[in-house]
Write a protein that binds this ligand. Structure first.
Ligand SMILES: [Zn+2]
Length: 238
């Protein structure tokens, strides 16, 4: 029977709630600290430029990108892209986000191993996040309706592919924490804006970190759910 398997929510539900809370927290803390001007009164784009130029990263471009919270560093293009809200804003929040993205560019320059690993598997992880659920579903349908042994192997391939996605999400956590730590240190040392406990920079960057923790936890729980289901299929087959 195809229907909603409520046990799925037993595994994943709590982490979905954590994800929702984290993304709400990111938006609300950004909104709050975007009202507060940073100490040096410079825009996100200028913050990024200053941080990049210091260790000799003049080759890294700073560009504008559409959308909300779409800020990112692109290692293959050596380009730092900041959303409108960050690019022009002279707020504490904008300085925090811009410095965080510059932190990724520095990771790239110093060949931070976790970032290199993440970049190496980004292709297969992207393929996995598009395809794994489809493959798992096809395999499970073949098993339930046709009692097909092949279905089990197809579903297992899907689960293996999904585990690459989870590995990617797991590596993302230390990569993001490291970028934020670099950002906090640089903003403080370069006297761009104050960081430390209770400051806007910390609030915004810590909220962002929670979204990556929540995504990784959701991934692990989802993986566990499928492994348990597949194991159940296997044992009922014997
Ligand atoms: Zn980041």
């Amino acid at each position: 029977m195809i229907g909603i398997d409520w046990t799925y929510f037993l595994y994943v539900g709590p982490f979905m709630l954590l994800s929702l809370w984290a993304s709400w927290k990111v938006k609300s803390s950004f909104r709050k600290w975007d009202q507060e001007p940073n100490a040096s009164g410079i825009s996100g784009a200028q913050v990024a430029r200053m941080i990049l130029d210091r260790p000799g990263l003049q080759n890294v471009k700073v560009e504008r990108v559409e959308g909300q919270l779409t800020d990112h560093y692109d290692p293959s293009a050596k380009t730092l892209r900041l959303s409108d809200a960050t690019y022009d804003s002279t707020s504490v929040a904008a300085a925090g986000v811009a410095a965080h993205e510059a932190g990724h560019a520095i990771q790239d320059k110093v060949k931070y191993p976790m970032l290199a690993f993440r970049t190496a598997i980004v292709g297969i992880a992207g393929f996995g996040s598009n395809m794994s659920m489809i493959i798992i579903t096809i395999g499970m349908i073949m098993m339930s309706f046709l009692g097909s042994k092949l279905g089990f192997y197809i579903a297992a391939v899907g689960v293996a592919l999904f585990s690459v996605v989870v590995i990617f999400q797991l590596i993302t956590v230390p990569v993001e924490l490291d970028a934020s730590n670099r950002a906090k240190e640089l903003l403080q040392n370069m006297a761009i804006t104050r960081t430390g406990s209770g400051t806007g920079v910390n609030e915004v960057l810590n909220a962002a970190a929670w979204t990556y923790v929540a995504a990784a936890a959701t991934g692990i729980a989802t993986l566990l759910y499928y492994v348990v289901r597949l194991a159940g299929f296997r044992s009922s087959d014997d």
